[in-house]
Design a protein around this ligand. Structure first.
Ligand SMILES: Cc1cc2nc3c(=O)[nH]c(=O)nc-3n(C[C@H](O)[C@H](O)[C@H](O)COP(=O)(O)OP(=O)(O)OC[C@H]3O[C@@H](n4cnc5c(N)ncnc54)[C@H](O)[C@@H]3O)c2cc1C
Length: 456
């Protein structure tokens, strides 16, 4: 008698594919954004709709497999080993529906910000996306989501109005503030630990005046620029979000021509207001005399790739931290560790201003309600071989040591390695997340990138 090989039964139940290690496109299918990640799940299910997701969840449960939900694979390193896990990759759930008058968007869980931001901009609207148009709405929103407009409107997770998902018992449900509110709360910060999300609905915001851009300074002026910027940011109103970075660009086509292959200290800003007011706010930095200044009144779409993040997969190593401050001595230590004289090969060392709405808990917020600290740091290097990998790691560690005294926490979306997820939450929030997990997924079927175990 012929018996079905593993996953054939699931394959027959789904309209989408199940890709296994014996398929010719196995390597292409399991490849994620970080090319240094070697993701090896038992198989990858590619659902085309919620029924496919139900089939995958039920199959995994019956087969003693776990389920890891994934959208774009931008934060896949954090899973760790996946041998006993079915990766449910929702990349084919690509529906986008924009209700401009209601300022409401509903997207399939595989949608990237690049499929939403340009059209919203045509309507004079902006979503709370982050620095890269290539990142997925799902993972970004479920982990928090901190972008250009965050000091005015907070984290994207708290602009989410409804989530459609398949839970551990194979049930498709839509949760919001009035329907299964505990689950709705937990999903907004608790990542993929509570089910496979199939669609997300969220609010977007009108943008009348937006003054935004980048000032580029020679890399050698990093200390001067970061000192001026770190003294400026505490004085800025919530309507202004400013970031400062040390950037060492590769000679690659995705990098805009004038800066390709160059190294710079840069200051970014996005301001809800007029050019005159924006210029006045940024005067102390501009008085340093940038080599190039792209600030102008822009449409919201300009924010989507203003940070010049790489659009295509590449191998990288990353570190991050939330900082309560970076005083004069802290800036000096950071520049000594990874600045122009250090020999650092890090491609990016980025400081983002926090505060404003990011520090205020609003009624009805999710588990990731706020972010602690005054600054977020994220840095990455792109190793080309084993030697540069060791150098990248050494500079990331050196940076960690330099900012160590000011570290107040970690932001889950920027942590891309296996870790104890309790570090992202206060005790009360962590305990409640584990209670909700015990209620909805007592057998711990779902493993998000940052795992939340059920309460005992
Ligand atoms: C270049 C780059 C720029 C970034 N910029 C920012 C930024 O500006 N601000 C910011 O906050 N973050 C930023 N991030 C971090 C990013 O938000 C996280 O990596 C996020 O987890 C990516 O979500 P994703 O859906 O693209 O990736 P994925 O790796 O697909 O998803 C990450 C996790 O989200 C959960 N998840 C995804 N899809 C589902 C689903 N359908 N159902 C249930 N759970 C799911 C899972 O736990 C999954 O492991 C950036 C990352 C990169 C690589």
């Amino acid at each position: 008698m012929l018996t079905a090989t593993p996953f054939q039964t699931l394959s027959r139940q789904m309209s989408g594919r199940v890709v296994t290690p014996s398929d010719s496109d196995w390597d292409a299918t399991r490849q994620v954004f970080n090319l240094a990640t070697d993701l090896r799940p038992a198989a990858v299910a590619l659902p085309r709709d919620a029924n496919d997701v139900i089939a995958a969840v039920e199959y995994a449960r019956a087969s003693d497999l776990r389920v890891a939900p994934q959208a774009t694979g931008h934060n896949a390193d954090a899973y760790g080993a996946l041998e006993d896990t079915l990766l449910v990759d929702v990349r084919e759930l690509q529906e986008v529906s924009i209700d401009a008058p209601a300022r409401r968007v509903r997207v399939g869980a595989g949608v990237k910000w690049q499929s939403v931001a340009p059209e919203l901009s045509e309507h004079g609207l902006a979503a709370l996306h982050g620095s890269s148009p290539d990142v997925g709405v799902a993972g970004y929103s479920l982990g928090g989501g901190m972008g250009w407009l965050a000091r005015t409107y907070g984290l994207q997770a708290n602009s989410v109005t409804a989530i459609e998902l398949v839970t551990a018992d194979g049930r498709a449900t839509r949760v919001d503030a009035d329907h299964e509110p505990d689950l709705f709360w937990a999903l907004r910060g608790g990542n993929g630990n509570f089910g496979v999300v199939t669609a997300i609905e969220f609010g977007v915001y009108p943008v009348e005046n937006l003054y935004a851009g980048v000032m580029f300074f020679p890399f050698g002026r990093a200390a001067e620029v970061l000192h001026a910027w770190s003294e400026l940011v505490p004085t800025l109103p919530d309507e202004m979000m400013s970031w400062a970075s040390l950037l060492q660009f590769p000679d690659a086509p995705f990098v805009p021509e004038p800066v390709r292959g160059g190294s710079f200290a840069v200051v970014y800003g996005a301001f809800f207001g007029t050019e005159a007011d924006g210029r006045a706010l940024l005067r102390p930095v501009r008085e340093l005399g940038p080599a190039m200044d792209t600030f102008a009144m822009v449409r919201p779409a300009a924010l989507a790739d203003m940070a010049m993040d790489p659009p295509d997969p590449l191998p990288f190593r990353i570190t991050s931290a939330l900082l309560d401050d970076l005083p004069h001595a802290g800036v000096d230590d950071l520049v000594a560790a990874v600045g122009p004289e250090s020999g650092s090969n890090l491609a990016m060392v980025e400081l983002r201003q926090l505060g404003g709405a990011l520090g205020r808990q609003t009624p009805g917020a999710g588990a990731r309600a706020t972010l602690p600290g005054a600054l977020s740091l994220v840095a990455l290097g792109v190793p080309e071989d084993e030697a540069s990998e060791a150098t990248v790691r050494a500079y990331l560690e050196s940076l960690d040591r330099a900012v160590g005294p000011y570290r107040v926490g970690d932001y889950a979306n920027f942590v891309m390695e296996p870790t104890d997820a309790s570090r992202f939450f206060d005790e009360e929030t962590w305990a409640r997340l584990r209670e909700v997990k015990a209620l909805y997924d007592p057998s711990d079927l779902f493993r998000g990138n940052h795992h939340i175990p059920p309460a005992d």
